[in-house]
Design a protein around this ligand. Structure first.
Ligand code: SAM
Ligand code: SF4
Length: 368
């Protein structure tokens, strides 16, 4: 990093997280566990993984301490992920503590004074947890759903729980969540005939569908040239399955078609939108394309594994040990680790450089 000093009337010398390419880190993804109630084939290696012992996981106390430091350095949003974050006990308690953290003065906006807490989940535990999580302050949900067909679901997730997942999505809506994204990994020959149906499913529930290119995690286990469905093909398939024409959205917060995160959004073109009334307005989808149209130049995030390893990039294995620093030296010891990891953040991911494979770590170990 450079822990740059910025000057504002509110605070004369507050450090913010800026890397060598002048990308500002505003977003932190925190994995709470490497365990999961599902076994998705693209995420969990065939032989499973060696789960870390529970005492090596960050405690909630430690997660909050670390989050506090990052908030002081300008982070505005955290996303809880995993593994499956809902398998951690008393999750609403953690959400409540994180949601109560006040943003640094320069990160505040009208109506936004506290840390935004988001979560990525497979939704299987949402029938019971959606309401307690909402009541604790969680407002943003990314729900993973690759198929609407029960047999296919059981095949890719290695668990026959689609009805529970659908129930979980309904429970989230009933609890009051308004920002729900339905994320589907695009897998050739598996769900590429369902992209349009997944869009319709999401729109009918006031949610935004998004499609993710498969990343070759865990020693390239999944890297098969030609297997990847790239962003352009995803868009073509959606247009073919749904009809109509689609245009890239321009959003205020990002570059053309990009929002706060890495997705690029497309919507039904406005002439057709006018015809379709309010439903047509919701007709938008996102594509997350790390492989064919990468978004590294606008990367605004750092990742923390469930064991407190700070990582600058999903595609690389180097990390800094926040947990040991915190346990040995308290919160003041965190800055050195962050400085080193952010200072070494590369300008792009390098999945291709790795040739036949991506990083050694499995997606389930770092949280996507
Ligand atoms: N268990 C939660 C879930 O499934 O939403 C959170 C963790 S999961 C690792 C986070 C996201 O990563 C999910 O949307 C999942 O589909 C995605 N993912 C997992 N492995 C992937 C891979 N190899 N390529 C692209 N996305 C992947
Ligand atoms: Fe579990 Fe999510 Fe990975 Fe599926 S994608 S195995 S639900 S962590």
């Amino acid at each position: 990093m450079q822990l740059h000093r910025i000057r504002t009337p509110a605070d004369q010398a507050r450090p913010v997280l800026v890397d060598r390419q002048a990308r500002v880190v505003r977003y932190l993804r925190i994995s709470l566990t490497d365990r999961c109630n599902l076994r998705c084939t693209y995420c969990m290696p065939d032989g499973g993984i060696d789960h870390v012992p529970r005492d090596e996981l960050l405690s909630y106390e430690e997660v909050v301490e670390i989050a506090k430091s990052f908030v002081a350095w300008g982070v505005e949003r955290v996303r809880l992920t995993g593994g499956e974050p809902t398998v951690r006990r008393d999750l609403p308690e953690l959400v409540a503590r994180l949601s109560a953290l006040e943003l640094a003065p320069e990160a505040r906006r009208p109506g936004r004074t506290h840390l935004q807490v988001a979560m990525t989940t497979n939704a299987e535990r949402l029938p019971e947890l959606a309401r307690p999580l909402f009541d604790a302050g969680l407002r943003h949900l990314n729900i993973s759903l690759d198929t609407l067909e029960r047999e296919r679901f059981a095949q890719i997730a290695r668990r026959d729980v689609l009805p529970r997942v659908l129930e979980g999505i309904d429970a989230a809506r009933a609890a009051g969540f308004e920002d729900i994204k339905i994320n589907s990994v695009a897998v050739r020959g598996f769900n590429d005939d369902e992209f349009g149906a997944l869009c319709r499913f999401a729109w009918a529930r006031g949610a935004t569908p998004r499609f993710i290119e498969v990343m070759p995690m865990a020693a390239g286990r999944l890297y098969v040239p030609g297997e990847l469905i790239g962003a352009a093909e995803i868009r073509d398939r959606i247009a073919a399955q749904l009809g109509g024409s689609w245009e890239a959205e321009t959003l205020e917060v990002g570059r053309e078609g990009r929002g706060y995160g890495p997705a690029r959004y497309w919507r039904a073109n406005s002439a057709e939108g006018a015809k379709g009334g309010s439903m047509a307005k919701q007709r938008r989808f996102g594509v997350i394309s790390p492989m064919t149209e990468n978004f590294c130049d606008s990367c605004n995030r750092l990742r923390i594994s469930a064991t407190g390893q700070l990582q600058a990039c999903l595609a690389r294995d180097d990390a800094g040990d926040l947990k040991s620093a915190l346990r040995a030296g308290g919160p003041t010891a965190l800055e050195g680790v962050v400085r080193r990891v952010l200072g070494a953040k590369q300008d792009r991911h390098g999945f291709e450089e790795n040739g036949a494979g991506g990083p050694q770590k499995a997606m389930i170990s770092i949280g996507g």
